[in-house]
Design a protein around this ligand. Structure first.
Ligand SMILES: Cc1ncc(C[n+]2csc(CCOP(=O)(O)OP(=O)(O)O)c2C)c(N)n1
Length: 340
């Protein structure tokens, strides 16, 4: 079947690299915890959406947890991130608690936008997180600007942002990346090639099979990684980040992955052939990583289950907090807003 052949081409089909990692047991456990937390948070968003508990769209990242978590985990405290709607895992790694995330969806005062936005479009400048910009690609020049500031202030920090395969055809992608390349900025761009831009398969919006070749056009290093392998994503990002910190300039990383749901919860992804879903189900980033952790005796089955249970409890508490939080006062609606 043509679709499966295409899926195979896009999947690097690698298992997490066993002995090579220099990560400690605690770090390996953290990666698992954040991926499980990411999925549990997404599932809770879906369930609140289905119960009609908030207005607007619900965006989740099922299947892409390893890309968000592995890349964000490679950063240091003073680094900046510009997440997109599918990078809730990165937001969790940077320390935003799930209860604030859910409060934001429910439009509550305790959410990062204090009830002004009802989805994942929020930032947290205390934690160096820029808010997702709805216009795809716009965060690329914004984050390149943050990287320029680091360079001018001689701060050893890096700015990292993500873009989808669809968003990679936007002008800002090229302008921002070229700027970061020419100015040798400490900037890392992760292109999440997840097969579809809404309902448009990647092959129908770009003739380029590997987006990473665009790095050559701008004279910067480019690497492909299996986006479903959290250790591989961590390692490739760490390399790029360290190079950037030492003045080595920008990097483009293409993470081959798959969006296991529709664009948002209102989209049932009827346009994705079943066989493709099945293909990627077998490459579930969390299940793959569990197998690795068990095989390498990093964690026992009981320890994995304990983490899952404590995440489920954390999520129940987060939902309770969000549901019991107050709505903002009417007069607060116009505070803290910027016009352009
Ligand atoms: C400039 C621009 N064009 C169109 C849209 C509408 N839109 C929002 S998300 C999306 C699909 C994005 O696909 P992709 O970049 O591959 O990311 P994914 O959703 O797959 O993570 C579209 C077309 C937008 N937000 N901005």
């Amino acid at each position: 079947m043509v679709e499966i052949a295409e899926a195979k081409k896009r999947s690097t089909n690698r298992k997490p690299k066993a002995k090579k990692t220099k990560l400690s047991r605690k770090q390996l456990t953290d990666l698992y915890y954040y991926m499980v937390l990411n999925r549990a948070l997404d599932d809770r968003v879906t369930s609140l959406y289905k119960q009609g508990k908030f207005q607007g769209g619900a965006f989740v990242s099922r299947g892409q947890e390893a890309t968000s978590v592995g890349s964000a985990y490679a950063l240091e405290e003073g680094d900046v991130i510009g997440p997109m709607i599918r990078n809730s895992g990165a937001i969790l790694v940077r320390g935003v608690p799930p209860r604030e995330f859910l409060a934001n969806y429910l439009g509550k005062k305790t959410g990062p936008t204090q009830g002004k936005d009802g989805n994942s479009h929020f930032g947290d400048l205390k934690r160096n997180i820029f808010a997702p910009v709805s216009m795809l690609g716009v965060l690329i020049p914004v984050c390149a600007g943050a990287a320029l500031a680091f360079k001018m202030k001689k701060q050893p920090n890096v700015a990292l942002t993500w873009i989808g395969d669809g968003g990679a055809s936007i002008g800002d992608f090229h302008e921002g990346l070229n700027f970061a390349a020419v100015m040798k900025l400490p900037f890392v761009l992760i292109l999440e090639n997840n097969g579809y831009a809404y309902s448009t398969p990647t092959s129908k919006q770009s003739l380029v099979e590997d987006f990473v070749i665009r790095a050559q056009g701008y004279g910067i290093p480019g690497e492909i990684v299996d986006g479903n392998d959290v250790l591989a994503v961590y390692e490739v990002t760490k390399r790029a980040v360290e190079r950037a910190r030492k003045g080595g300039g920008a990097t483009l990383i293409e993470a081959k992955t798959f969006r296991m749901k529709g664009h948002a919860e209102h989209d049932d992804a009827f346009y994705v052939p079943k066989k493709i879903i099945e293909y990627w189900q077998k490459r579930d980033p969390i299940i793959n990583y569990e197998k690795y952790l068990l095989k390498e005796k990093v964690l026992s089955k009981k320890e994995l289950t304990d983490i899952q249970s404590s995440v489920a409890k954390e999520m129940d508490e987060a939902q309770k907090f969000a549901e019991e939080s107050p709505l903002p006062e009417a007069k607060e609606a116009a505070e803290g807003l910027y016009a352009s």
